[in-house]
Design a protein around this ligand. Structure first.
Ligand code: AMP
Length: 308
């Protein structure tokens, strides 16, 4: 089976949306990526760090979905990364209220020996030096390295971010972050500039407005599925990335054509994530539900037009 390495945060999140507020609940990029990737028959391992305050039941939740956690360090008496955010009324934008790195501040990821030859590496949103150190540990060049990042690192570690971006094949980034990284308003121009920084493929996530995949002069666009209920967009980007990476790992085909399908899988999984707070919707999601929604997606985007 193909191997996927996921590196990212395991976290406590506290979220406010126009629909309600949560106390500290399970969150983190690696959590959402792992839950999404667990929908594919692959060997997936999460590499992360938590404090001893992180409940075993949260780890069990990932273990039960087949995610290998040997690369998760538990720091005795340490505190787990905490993030808090508040969404605006449009639910497409949010303010970060608190970022407490805690154990994540000294994270030195160790990739388990049996995952150092993984075909796909998914670098979740983390300090770019940490992301780079993961690539240094791979004994075989991965077929594909995917990187996710956010404005937090553009503000605090831009040079390091540029250094790791040079080393990856795919970057997933949201629209505002693409604009911040390049100083360009047009996403087409921004994607071109990001190509020039290194990645051959650029995925720009636009929240409820879908996602764009750029490769050379090719562009593919997938809308987001129109949903009746959107409660909490937290983790949607990571869920997208987990679905995208998981599908590519399973199929072993990293062509642009197949990446279009990966975008559809990512978007489909993300459409579930936003329906409930935190990971609630993702933990019990069945493959049958995913299949039904993929069919809906197909219907939404398919049309026959005769062109002469
Ligand atoms: P998303 O909504 O997909 O952008 O991801 C939200 C998740 O990212 C939350 O569960 C947070 O715990 C996590 N997160 C937020 N900021 C950071 C950060 N600076 N480093 C690592 N993970 C973060």
């Amino acid at each position: 089976m193909s191997k996927l390495v996921i590196v990212g945060s395991l976290a406590f999140d506290a979220i406010e949306t126009p629909f309600g507020k949560t106390d500290k609940i399970l969150g983190g990029a690696a959590t959402f990526i792992g839950l999404a990737a667990s929908h594919f028959e692959i060997d997936a391992a999460a590499v992360s760090i938590v404090g001893s305050d992180f409940p075993q039941e949260y780890l069990d939740l990932l273990l039960n979905r087949g995610i290998d956690l040997k690369g998760v360090e538990i720091v005795k008496d340490g505190k787990t990364f905490f993030w808090s955010g508040r969404y605006h009324n449009d639910m497409n934008s949010r303010d970060t209220l608190v970022t407490e790195l805690n154990t994540l501040a000294d994270f030195n990821p160790i990739i388990p020996e049996n995952y150092r030859d993984a075909s796909i590496v998914m670098l979740g949103n983390l300090h770019p030096i940490v992301q780079s150190s993961v690539l240094d540990q791979m004994t075989k060049k991965p077929d594909l390295v995917i990187l996710d990042t956010m404005n937090f690192w553009m503000d605090s570690a831009l040079e390091d971010l540029h250094n790791v971006i040079k080393r990856v094949d795919v970057i997933t980034i949201n629209d505002e972050e693409a604009r911040q990284l390049t100083g360009e308003y047009s996403l087409v121009v921004a994607a071109r500039k990001i190509h020039e920084m290194g990645p051959k493929y650029v995925v720009i996530k636009k929240g409820e407005h879908g996602a764009l995949l750029f490769h050379d002069d090719n562009v593919f666009y997938a809308p987001a599925l129109p949903l009746e209920a959107v409660f909490d967009p937290t983790g949607a980007g990571d869920t997208f990335a987990g679905g995208f990476a998981g599908y590519l790992a399973k199929t072993g085909d990293i062509s642009f054509e197949n990446m279009k399908n990966a975008v559809i899988y990512g978007s489909t999984l993300a459409s579930f994530c936003v329906e409930k707070f935190g990971t609630e919707r993702m933990v019990n999601l069945t493959s049958n539900e995913v299949h039904k929604r993929l069919l809906q997606f197909k219907q939404l985007t398919q049309f026959e037009i005769e062109l002469t």
